[in-house]
Design a protein around this ligand. Structure first.
Ligand SMILES: NC(=O)c1ccc[n+]([C@@H]2O[C@H](COP(=O)([O-])OP(=O)(O)OC[C@H]3O[C@@H](n4cnc5c(N)ncnc54)[C@H](O)[C@@H]3O)[C@@H](O)[C@H]2O)c1
Length: 252
């Protein structure tokens, strides 16, 4: 696919590992300058170095993006170093992981954590870029949801609620920003080969794989390819949409 990223400024949240890492490297390979925001300093430095080797400018920003001061400072640094943001990928999110439980047992602080990290980060980061995008009449916003939002997996009620929130956010913001030629879309990965999946027991991994018609787990690059498409001029007439990248696990 020939794209149009040379010299563009792309921000990827949670871009040090897994899906976000694949997205950061894909933007760099396409010629975009990339600001990568992540709380894990070591992997962030490694991903930034790998992206730099692709010949673009890279700005690694370490911090917890659930903290609104960190969010504001991080985006201010991007503006000062790179100028206005053209492309934002909201990738941060996670389930309750070790605090996973069925809803009747869920602790209020776990619910707040999951919604904070999987939904609020998307709202807070996007809020930092929309004024400029409106003014410049250009922008691409892609948020990573999950096919759990449609499938409703047992034990992840909080996560499904947050990731469904990302889809509602996408649709409403697409209507607000359409007149300003800003595209807002979402990608829903199915089970994807990242460290989260590698940690689960072998039988659960096999069960996840058996539910996928294409017979294998998604790879981070599969999600990156979808994000690149939705951030490029090739998708100029697509907005408010949800692209399922899940090997057919859930149809929508
Ligand atoms: N892996 C899957 O099977 C799968 C399936 C569906 C959706 N998703 C979604 O895809 C996205 C990426 O998932 P992944 O599997 O690559 O996860 P991951 O844990 O491998 O990577 C997430 C990255 O985000 C960073 N991060 C998390 N919270 C942060 C915070 N508060 N501040 C700054 N950085 C933070 C982490 O340090 C990490 O680098 C998430 O939104 C996840 O919910 C993943």
């Amino acid at each position: 696919m020939s794209t149009d990223f040379a010299g563009r400024v792309a921000v990827v949240t949670g871009g040090a590992n897994g899906i976000g890492r694949a997205i950061s490297l894909a933007f760099a390979a396409e010629g975009a300058n990339v600001a990568i925001m992540d709380r894990e300093e070591g992997p962030l430095g490694e991903t930034a170095e790998e992206a730099r080797r692709l010949g673009v400018k890279v700005l690694p920003l370490v911090g917890d993006m659930t903290d609104k001061t960190v969010v504001a400072e991080s985006f201010a640094r991007v503006k000062a170093d790179f100028g206005s943001v053209d492309i934002l990928t909201n990738n941060i999110g996670q389930t309750a992981r070790e605090n996973y439980s069925e809803f009747y047992l869920a602790r209020p602080e776990t619910l707040e954590f999951v919604v904070g990290v999987s939904l609020m980060t998307t709202l807070m980061c996007t809020r930092q870029v929309v004024s400029d995008m409106r003014e410049r009449k250009f922008g691409k916003i892609v948020s990573i949801s999950s096919d759990s939002a449609m499938n409703g997996d047992v034990g992840t009620v909080d996560y499904a609620a947050a990731k469904s929130g990302v889809l509602g956010f996408t649709r409403a913001l697409a209507r607000e920003l359409g007149p300003f030629k800003v595209n807002v879309n979402a990608v829903c990965p199915g089970p994807t080969n990242t460290r989260a999946m590698q940690r689960i027991p072998k039988d659960a991994y096999e069960r996840a794989r058996n539910m996928i018609p294409l017979g294998e787990l998604c790879e981070p690059d599969d999600i990156a390819n979808a994000v690149i498409f939705l951030s490029s001029g090739k998708s100029r007439f697509i907005t408010g949409q949800t692209l399922m990248v899940n090997g057919g696990r859930v149809f929508y």
